[in-house]
Design a protein around this ligand. Structure first.
Ligand code: NAP
Length: 325
């Protein structure tokens, strides 16, 4: 495993574990996954040196936090647990009580990284950040992060907090590489962390989904699994497969290796099995040659998915067509 030093957090494993899947009906993994597999995934993650675990109060209405806290057991205070507040009415008193709820479900006195889940479009960070600053000063959190923030809003959050907001968790993968343009250079310049969520594009970059085999649940709504986008993704998947073959690893591992070889970037893939967390942890040790890194970046920039609206229209047309056929 490789690590990144982050102010207020210490060493953070370059590959973390995303736990939205834990206890969340929308992933469709079922009760046995929530009751047993999730804990086995966490234990194996620890065995393999993973120290970063991402969750949120909204995942499974708190079930993700509960499952994660229980699975970490006595180690829960020794790792970087990153949770998130959903910033509805994010006044200090509200933030404080939401943090207390997360800490209780996780079994922690102090949440190492507490993130604002989305930028509230109506409420500025000058309202949200004072509550987080109080929690930081009281030692109830170790550091403040944000999620889904633009660069300008990240900088505004810094200003409002009065100290650095150490991380920004954003959608970032070979299928969605826009963080390369501004967030990664900023993080490198300022010594911050970009936390890549959906780093496997929710499984697309594993290369096993296609028009005859699409994932269900929440991913049925992901435009990347629409027919036209699956077609457009093929050249990117071909480059991934070629690089993967040269390293005798899987396309998913190359997709993660590409991310974590970027400066100040960590990735938090979710996992549906213990075998996946093993593969994902091992991706941290894949060394990409500069020409491979460049070829992957070029393929990522060439991939131009069609919009969610166009994918929706496509789906309606396909349904109507299937009904007629
Ligand atoms: N801040 C936010 O707004 C936000 C939004 C989304 C996610 N997140 C966080 O980011 C985490 C990860 O994102 P995500 O779950 O959306 O997407 P992801 O990590 O890109 O995809 C996870 C899925 O990919 C498949 N997979 C995992 N490892 C694999 C491997 N080695 N080979 C092939 N397939 C593999 C599994 O699904 P199957 O096996 O079923 O195909 C798994 O459930 C979440 O758990 C959550 O903590 C945050």
């Amino acid at each position: 495993m490789r690590f990144l030093d982050v102010d207020g957090l210490g060493p953070v494993s370059r590959i973390g574990l995303g736990t939205w899947q834990f206890g969340s009906r929308e992933w469709g993994y079922g009760d046995a996954y929530a009751a047993r597999e999730a804990a086995a995934i966490v234990r194996q993650a620890r065995e393999l040196g993973i120290t970063l675990f991402d969750t949120a109060e909204v995942y499974g209405n708190g079930r993700s936090e509960r499952i994660l806290g229980a699975a970490l057991g006595d180690e829960r205070a020794d790792v970087v647990v990153a949770s998130k507040v959903f910033p509805v009415a994010p006044f200090p008193v509200v933030v404080s009580s939401r943090l207390a709820g997360s800490a209780r479900r996780l079994g922690l006195d102090r949440v190492p990284l507490y993130q604002v889940h989305w930028p509230n479009p109506l409420v500025p960070d000058s309202v949200t950040m004072p509550g987080l600053r109080q929690s930081l000063d009281a030692g109830r959190i170790g550091a403040v992060g944000v999620s889904n923030y633009s660069l300008a809003r990240w900088q505004a959050a810094d200003e409002a907090l009065g100290r650095p907001v150490v991380s920004n968790q954003v959608q970032f993968s070979l299928a969605a590489p826009s963080a390369l343009d501004d967030l990664v250079p900023f993080a490198e310049r300022e010594g911050r962390m970009v936390m890549a969520y959906s780093p496997l594009a929710q499984g697309l970059l594993g290369g096993r989904y296609g028009v005859d085999h699409r994932p269900g649940g929440v991913r049925a709504l992901n435009p990347l699994f629409g027919t036209e986008n699956l077609r457009r993704a093929q050249p990117l998947l071909d480059v991934l497969r070629e690089v993967a073959e040269a390293h005798a690893v899987t396309p998913a591992q190359i997709a993660l290796a590409w991310l974590v070889s970027l400066p100040r970037v960590v990735a938090i893939p979710g996992a549906s099995s213990v075998a996946q967390v093993e593969a994902n942890a091992a991706a941290a040790d894949v060394d990409l040659r500069p020409d491979e890194q460049a070829a992957l970046t070029a393929a990522a920039r060439t991939f131009r998915p069609v919009s969610a609206v166009r994918t929706l229209v496509e789906r309606v047309q396909e349904r109507v067509g299937a009904g007629r056929g």
